[in-house]
Structures are given as structure tokens and as C-alpha cells.
Design a protein around this ligand. Structure first.
Ligand SMILES: [Zn+2]
Length: 104
């Protein structure tokens, strides 16, 4: 795809989907949005209406996954991240409590 074709394609996608990632729905500056093949080219080539705009992270994590599989995978990553954040929070609360208990 030439640079000009890429620009035109991106412009068309921006008009259809707006300035946000198709997968995480984050609003992102147009120059930071990447063009993603909804159904990976490795699975099926030459599909019509197969392009979407995605943030760099979603596009790279999705790689060659089918959209449904990627969304499940993404959900797991988000849950894992939240679990780790929660664990850190509990640990901070516990350590604060311990420090206060010792200083009493
Ligand atoms: Zn995204």
C-alpha cells in the first residue's frame, strides 16, 4: 500500500469510525491510530470492508488473532492487570497498618 493510498484509507476509516480504537474504544489522535486487518490477512486475504483503526497496543497484541479471540484475550489481560493492582493496594494497606501497629 503506497503512502498516499494509506492516507486515503485512513481518512475513509476516520470518517466511518471516528478518532478511536475499534477494540478498546480509546479516543486517540489520528496520527497515532494504526490500520488493522479485522480478519487477519494470514487467515483470509482480499476481504472487503476488513480494515479498522486500532491503537498501537491493541493492534500489536491482536497480531494474527481473530477478533473474538483477541477480545477474550484482552479481557483476561485487563482482569489480570486489575487483580495485580488490587494485590498491590492490599499490600500497601497491610504495610501501612503494620507500620502503625509497630509505632504504637
Ligand atoms: Zn486499543
Amino acid at each position: 500500500m503506497s503512502a498516499q493510498t494509506r492516507r486515503n484509507t485512513k481518512e475513509t476509516l476516520l470518517n466511518i469510525y471516528g478518532n478511536k480504537c475499534y477494540y478498546c474504544e480509546e479516543s486517540i489522535a489520528s496520527h497515532e491510530l494504526t490500520i488493522d486487518h479485522y480478519i487477519p490477512r494470514d487467515i483470509q486475504k482480499g476481504l472487503k470492508n476488513n480494515l479498522r483503526l486500532a491503537c498501537f497496543i491493541c493492534n500489536n497484541v491482536k497480531a494474527n488473532m481473530l477478533p473474538e479471540r483477541f477480545l477474550l484475550h484482552r479481557e483476561k489481560l485487563v482482569t489480570q492487570f486489575r487483580r495485580e493492582q488490587f494485590r498491590k493496594l492490599l499490600s500497601r494497606i497491610y504495610h501501612n497498618w503494620k507500620e502503625n501497629e509497630i509505632s504504637l
